[in-house]
Write a protein that binds this ligand. Structure first.
Ligand SMILES: [Ca+2]
Ligand SMILES: [Ca+2]
Ligand SMILES: [Ca+2]
Length: 445
């Protein structure tokens, strides 16, 4: 039993020994065959730096490097550019530094010849030497205004010191200014980069600066400047407040005109649709028949009631003594004065519907208009979107529109009116039926 066990364990050991002996003898046989050529590694040479078709700024140094395999240990690599050999080395890494200074612009063939006693392998690439010509750049204008906002008493300082140019020093740049943004240059091109200017007229100005460099390249920029009415002359001289029908109104001087700053709110409320009569009572509508809206927006008046049933253009109507209902022409004068693009007397004001540029924006109050439709109120006219009574219909458009009567009337049934709208910077001029009920502003005689 014991012997049997030994035999059983020895058998695999003997087999392993036999395999080992066979392996050793095989290895020895391979060693004996070492004089024969090994499976050949084909010699290769490749330029690995730079990439083929590289573009190089002329004057720069270019590192050129080749990688070789399959050569004997005493292999050499010769580098040439076009047809001239420029470097040779037997040291790995096989490289050289090509100083491109003095070479011609354009394409060059960079070649590496790797060789030993048995082999010669070549690789070549193309390198483009370029001279980067930077395009001329226009100047960059920068406006600085101090103070950043003010009024008609403010002396503003305008400078262009922040302007610059790629090619020119700032001192070589020429500047010209249009302080109002009205399209008329207020200075010639000048090396002066600082000016002072005072505005006679409140407005939201678009100050324009043009800069020219010595190559004649011009660029411009615009910066907004809000110029408000100066502190005190808001109210009309001698008429700061005006009592009328139990209420006190304020005044505002705009150009040569003196306006009440609030819509009239005089009389007794009558319900929408009830036509006021020629009696001793001034009858007004309040939006939605709500007196709170009369307090907020003023009353809404039909044309004849507003005129006190005396339809003469420019008459007092329901205004205080010494005041009157503005005529169509007087509205035009206001529009021309407050508009930043079309002045008093401009034929644009004779047109109908929305016209001018931004008179409406300047007349609208800072608050109360829907959808961001507020004005900038820079003349303190404070037009409110009181809405109106649409003849035999309903109260509409409070928050959206302001309608103001004039004392001007056509030969028929219509008075001239003005409309300001939340989504429009202009002012509309149109006729409306006398039975529409609108806001009323009074003008000093
Ligand atoms: Ca330039
Ligand atoms: Ca100008
Ligand atoms: Ca009446």
């Amino acid at each position: 039993m014991k012997t049997k066990y030994i035999h059983f364990t020895l058998a695999p050991l003997i087999i392993i020994l036999a395999v080992l002996l066979l392996a050793i003898s095989c290895k020895k046989e391979n060693n004996d065959n070492n004089d024969n050529p090994t499976p050949p590694i084909l010699p290769e040479c490749k330029i690995i730096i730079p990439d083929d078709s590289s573009m190089v700024q002329i004057g720069n140094i270019v590192s050129v490097e080749a990688s070789i395999i399959g050569f004997s240990s005493d292999a050499k690599v010769a580098f040439s550019i076009d047809t001239s050999t420029v470097s040779e080395t037997s040291v790995d890494p096989y490289n050289f530094q090509w100083d491109t200074e003095g070479w011609e612009l354009g394409s060059h063939i960079v070649r590496a010849d790797a060789y030993d006693e048995n082999n010669l392998i070549t690789d070549e690439i193309i390198v483009f030497l370029i001279d980067t010509i930077l395009p001329l750049m226009p100047p960059v204008p920068v406006i600085n205004i101090a103070p950043e906002e003010g009024n008609t008493d403010t002396i503003f300082s305008f400078d262009a010191y922040g302007s610059y140019d790629n090619e020119d020093p700032a001192e070589a740049l020429l500047f010209r200014w249009d302080f109002e943004g009205d399209g008329y240059w207020d200075t010639e091109f000048t090396l002066e980069s600082e000016f002072e200017h005072k505005y006679t007229h409140p407005n939201n100005y678009q100050v324009r600066l043009e800069v020219m460099d010595t190559d004649g390249m011009i660029s411009d920029t615009v910066k907004s400047l809000m110029v408000g009415h100066s502190g005190n002359p808001d109210a009309c001289e001698g008429y700061v407040t005006v009592p009328h029908g139990g209420q006190v109104y304020h005044t505002v001087a705009i150009g040569d005109q003196c306006w009440l700053r609030e819509n009239l709110n005089i009389g007794v409320m009558t319900k929408g649709g009830e036509v006021p009569s020629n009696n001793d009572t001034i009858e007004k509508y309040c939006f939605d028949d709500d007196t709170a809206n009369c307090n907020k927006y003023g009353g809404l008046y039909m044309w004849k009631e507003m005129m006190n049933h005396f339809p003469l253009q420019g008459s007092q109507g329901i205004c205080p003594n010494g005041w009157h209902i503005p005529s169509d022409d007087e509205w035009k004068e206001l529009e021309g004065f407050v508009d930043s693009q079309y002045g008093v007397g401009d034929p644009v004001w004779d047109e109908i519907y929305y016209r001018g540029f931004d008179a409406g924006k300047h007349l609208k109050a800072l608050l109360g208009w829907i959808s961001g439709g507020n004005g900038d109120n820079i003349f303190d006219f404070k037009a409110l979107p009181g809405g109106y009574w649409e003849i035999s219909f309903s109260f509409v458009r409070a928050g959206e529109e302001a309608h103001f009567w004039s004392s001007t009337h056509d030969s028929g049934h219509n008075g001239r009116e003005r409309t300001l709208k939340y989504d429009n910077d202009q002012v509309s001029r149109s006729y409306s039926w006398d039975e529409s009920a609108f806001s009323v502003r009074c003008l000093r005689d």
